[in-house]
Design a protein around this ligand. Structure first.
Ligand SMILES: O=C(O)CCC(=O)C(=O)O
Length: 317
């Protein structure tokens, strides 16, 4: 790897989980175009991490807009519908607020009871937002017109990216729950598993302590891995070796571009610092959406058994 690409190597230590502390590479600056070596690294490792994908102003605007979206729909009976959740102790079984007639919405940590008179506290307990890409000019820009984010994705997919999914992923201080090991393709329904790519953008400094992304380098080559449902949908424990995982710590504004076949997870937030991030997925224009039953014959293990979250839910395992 040539030095003019400003490749950073750092040691990172997870004191509690005992996970690998292997040093991992990330680049100092996110470009609009990838160098050949970077593309080779993406193909080999299944991911690329860059600092400075967003400017501090863009980070500030994105965080302000997340707050604005939450406050716009929370307990607003003109604009939103909500239910106060089942409190099953599973991820995303907490209260949920959704824009009327649309998919845009957000979920609170399971077990938290929101109160209309305390929106500050409510905001601090938001765990996930979805489908807010058209809610504000900042998110229209970030998901569809950002020179660096869409530039790198275009390079990875080798074609014009088509927006596929939007998420805001927030880990409240101390309680931010774990997202277990999974491959994003286990949730999707597309024809070509290799023509989908995600970008996870840190909106606060993301560390091993507050729940940064962890990936298994090269794990995208393992093929589809069986998922089952525990407190969330996750890869069966015997399919991967978490000791191979590396933490991808990033400063606010840093971005992780990763294959939708790459096993990844985020640990709980054990710190007093909130960890906010957004995650956008793109597919290539020729990668068609297909019905989930048809997808069972694509996202399957070598014995032919479907490996998706939908299949696991249907079969109840
Ligand atoms: O917790 C995070 O930030 C990542 C979550 C994630 O990978 C996902 O929801 O697909």
């Amino acid at each position: 790897m040539s030095s003019d690409l400003n490749l950073l190597f750092e040691d990172s230590h997870d004191k509690t989980t005992g996970m690998s502390t292997t040093s991992y590479p990330r680049f100092e600056d996110c470009p609009e175009f990838l160098a050949e070596e970077q593309l080779v690294q993406y193909e080999d490792q299944g991911y690329l991490a860059f600092e400075n994908a967003l400017t501090p102003e863009e980070v500030k605007a994105a965080n302000a807009d997340i707050s604005q979206i939450i406050r716009k729909y929370a307990f607003n009976d003109k604009l939103a519908e909500w239910n106060l959740g089942d409190d099953l102790g599973t991820n995303y079984s907490g209260a949920c607020f959704k824009k009327k007639g649309e998919d845009c919405g957000f979920w609170l940590e399971a077990g938290y009871e929101p109160k209309p008179e305390d929106l500050d506290e409510l905001e601090l307990n938001v765990r996930k937002l979805m489908w807010f890409q058209n809610e504000t000019p900042t998110f229209i820009h970030l998901t569809q017109r950002h020179l660096k984010l869409q530039g790198v994705i275009r390079f990875i997919l080798g074609t014009e990216p088509v927006h596929y999914q939007t998420m805001g992923l927030i880990k409240p201080p101390f309680v931010g729950s774990k997202k277990p090991w999974h491959q994003d393709n286990a949730y999707f329904s597309i024809e070509d598993l290799n023509k989908v790519c995600g970008v996870w953008v840190a909106l606060d400094d993301a560390t091993a302590e507050n729940g940064c992304m962890h990936v298994i380098p090269g794990g995208h080559k393992l093929g589809p891995l069986r998922h089952h449902h525990t407190y969330d949908c996750e890869i069966m424990p015997d399919r991967i070796d978490p000791a191979q995982a590396v933490p991808i710590e990033l400063k606010a504004g840093g971005a992780l571009f990763f294959s939708s076949m790459l096993p990844h997870e985020t640990p709980p937030n054990r710190s007093s610092q909130r960890r906010r991030a957004v995650q956008f997925h793109y597919r290539s224009a020729d990668n068609k959406l297909i019905p989930k039953e048809k997808y069972y014959s694509i996202f399957k293990e070598s014995d032919g058994t479907p490996a998706t979250c939908a299949y696991a839910l249907q079969k109840n395992f």
